[in-house]
Design a binder for this molecule. Sequence first.
Ligand code: HEC
Length: 445
Amino acid sequence: MDFLDNLVLPQSAHHMVLLKYLLVLTYILLIPYLSVLLGSLGLSLFFERKTDKNENYYRFAKELIDQITFNKSVSFALGVVPLISSAFCYAQLLHLTGLNVSEYILISVLFLIISLILIYTYKYTFHLKDIFTFASRKVGISDPLPVELPSYQIKTSSLHKKSGLYGLLFLIVTIYLFIASIQLAGDSSNWSVKNNLIGLIFSLKAFVYFLQFIVASFALTSALILYKYFRADSVSLDDAEYLNMIKNFSLKLGSVATIILPLLIILNVMVKPQDSFSFDVFGYALLALIVVLCIVILFYVMLKESSAKFASLLIYLFVVLFTFLIIKDQYAFDTSTKKQFAILAANYEGYQKKVKEEFGLGTEVINGADIYNGKCIACHQFDRKLVGPPYQEVLPKYEGKRDALVQFVLNPVKVNPEYPPMPNQGLKPKEAEAVVDYLISTYVK
Ligand code: HEC
């Protein structure tokens, strides 16, 4: 897939910095979105399986998936678009490394699209299933229902199960591939391994980051559920039993996830390549840990009081946490790829020169008169003899022989015994031509 490389325009160092900012912004949209998608789908599938135990579980499973799939354009804007733009950022940033990072990310875009289609199928078949269940309860009561109904019902039910499960599978593959790709991008010491897909997939760094991602997903999702159902202004008239079930579950899940999270953040920093360590990386990791600690405390207090009073505050803290983690990773990427950016900056200078030449904007303008006034005038006048002969005398010899004159200026040889030899003036071919043209045109006048 060389087409991406063809799209790359060499960037100046300033543009590269802008691209990195763009990457950070992209991730601030993408990573929380993928986290919540994964968390909601995972929980929805989990609760649907336990439906026999409690009718409320079924309802919760349905609401979870409805909440995350409320709008297709949002899925596109927060998932697909940022993922594609991160592929293009990496194509620019990793230009000339021969790495396939952008291609891998584009493949993960494909997986994400498939996964989204499956997730929406899961959601719609959820609704369809309800209709069937409702209809089959009515059998015999009013008009007879179509005889195919039971078979439709079975088919829908199986499609529903499959789409949910495969949707989750594709989503996990999307996330893992994306994570593995950005880990490779940020690990310049491993670039020699190049596009070893197996090595990419079974890398410890990718695995640890993935674990962190999963745990953070569930932590964020439980905070969002608490916010959604219990924020101060959402006065709910819903039945208390249902809400209680949600509250207890989310509080427990959130607490467990946020207690594990700091360990994974530390582990994640520990397995980072040595050459990506910097003050900023540690600084932001530390800040992230402090925020996680605050979140843990909030969860603990809420769990003890069995209330969801800090739900809104939690959301703010999670936004800050994700931002810190993303900035930390971007700094690590930055430090590890310093050499690459020096290469790109040098490449850009070469590119700029080439473009200027193409458009006749040579880097410096060679001026014959300047060279004459700077060098030749010390020994030559047009009409008078100085150290060297007057041009009036010698130029007629060269009429129609511009090349020979250029040759002489570049490489003076002994000509006239009356004069000492002319020292080489050390001109470049272009400069010699320019000064010769100047002499000829002045002489003609
Ligand atoms: C240090 C003094 C000196 C400088 C500076 C100098 N020349 Fe000369 N030039 C000479 C001398 C001496 C001769 C005569 C050499 C000979 O006849 O062998 C000469 C000869 C020439 C001739 C006549 C060659 C011929 O076939 O008779 C040309 C043309 C000429 N110079 C061009 C230039 C140009 C153009 C520059 C400036 C880029 C320049 N020179 C700078 C000393 C100088």
